[in-house]
Design a binder for this molecule. Structure first.
Ligand SMILES: [Mn+2]
Length: 338
């Protein structure tokens, strides 16, 4: 749990702010989206002027959380507009679900120049200490659970919409209650959120049965690249720029696709390599627990947790795969010898 002292400091920051700018990491996920939507409603109800700002386009399946889609830095709002206070002149900046400059491209420049108080709400192990006040808890399955505790601490009202947004945060960061981080706190909080009006069946439909045909075609293309290594314990897959072109899908459509190959019985770790426009490969890593993929990501300048992490590699695909395979092999050797 976050200490009451830290919650109190955060409440005081909110109390004395009139305009609050809220953002989250690039390639925002369900946790980040849910936290932003929930805080928007909570603080607006308190009479604050809330400005949400995204650092990349929001996947379609999280759009139901927002009545109005938040603007994107670089698309709808330029860095200059942000820096000159034309988008917002906040008394407080809240950053949720990350505490790392590397996850805040462009926004980092604003942060360093603007000199505004910053509140961090995060559950990642890697941290640059960006906040004046930080509500951080490595053991929380989702940042949304910390936001929920914060709202309860402050006794701010929780509407149906807020409950739904926080349920989405907890449900998505636990892979709909499948991952190792799914503890009793997740279920307790989610039970309370259901009592407050969250509808799990409707949320499941919105999140997981709401694919575009393009995204489904991209997934099919990805399946054809599956390779198993190390006696089936490590799976790799990749998506090339040509796959996006052929399917009509976009980069944000790759979210969660890495989890599919973990349905194979033998797979203990998985990597998905996605080619980006600049020619680099974004590598997402997942583990069932035997290997610490966070450590591998860190070695290459990326970040994440033991079970889920990501990094960029400026190598051709085969070389990138070989680098990661070597790291995974070493990690397995370490864990097997224990
Ligand atoms: Mn998260």
């Amino acid at each position: 749990m976050v200490s009451s002292e830290d919650f109190q400091k955060a409440v005081e920051l909110i109390d004395k702010s009139e305009t609050i700018l809220i953002t989250a990491h690039i390639r925002l996920d369900g946790d980040a989206s849910g936290c932003m939507a929930a805080m928007d409603d909570v603080f607006t109800a308190l009479g604050k002027k809330v400005k949400l700002l995204l650092l990349s386009p929001i996947p379609e399946w999280y759009r139901f959380l927002f009545t109005e889609l938040p603007p994107i830095l670089g698309d709808d709002v330029s860095l200059e507009q942000l820096q000159q206070g034309q988008f917002a002149d906040p008394d407080l900046v809240i950053i949720v679900d990350t505490n790392s400059y590397s996850q805040l491209p462009e926004f980092e420049k604003y942060l360093k120049q603007a000199d505004k108080p910053v509140l961090i709400i995060d559950h990642h192990a890697t941290a640059d200490g960006l906040g004046d006040v930080e509500l951080t808890e490595k053991d929380a399955a989702a940042a949304g659970l910390i936001v929920y505790d914060f709202i309860k601490y402050a006794k701010w009202p929780i509407t149906e919409k807020i409950a739904e947004a926080l349920f989405v945060a907890a449900a998505t960061d636990t892979g709909w209650f499948q991952f190792n981080n799914t503890d009793s706190r997740v279920f307790n909080s989610c039970a309370e959120l259901i009592n407050a009006g969250a509808n799990p069946a409707q949320i499941y439909y919105n999140l997981y049965q709401n694919y575009s045909h393009q995204r489904f075609k991209l997934k099919a293309a990805m399946f054809n690249t599956l390779e198993l290594h190390l006696d089936g314990r490590f799976a790799t897959q990749h998506i090339l720029l040509s796959d996006f072109a052929q399917s009509g899908a976009e980069h944000k459509d790759t979210e969660n696709l890495i989890d599919e190959c973990r349905r194979i019985r033998t797979v203990e770790a998985a990597a998905l390599f996605v080619e980006s426009e600049d020619g680099r490969f974004r590598c997402s890593l997942r583990s069932r627990g035997a290997v610490n993929v966070g450590k591998i990501a860190q070695k290459f300048g990326g970040g994440g947790h033991k079970m889920a992490a990501g990094l960029f590699l400026s190598h051709p695909l085969e070389k990138a795969k070989q680098l990661i395979l070597t790291e995974i092999t070493q990690q397995f050797e370490k864990s097997d010898s224990k």
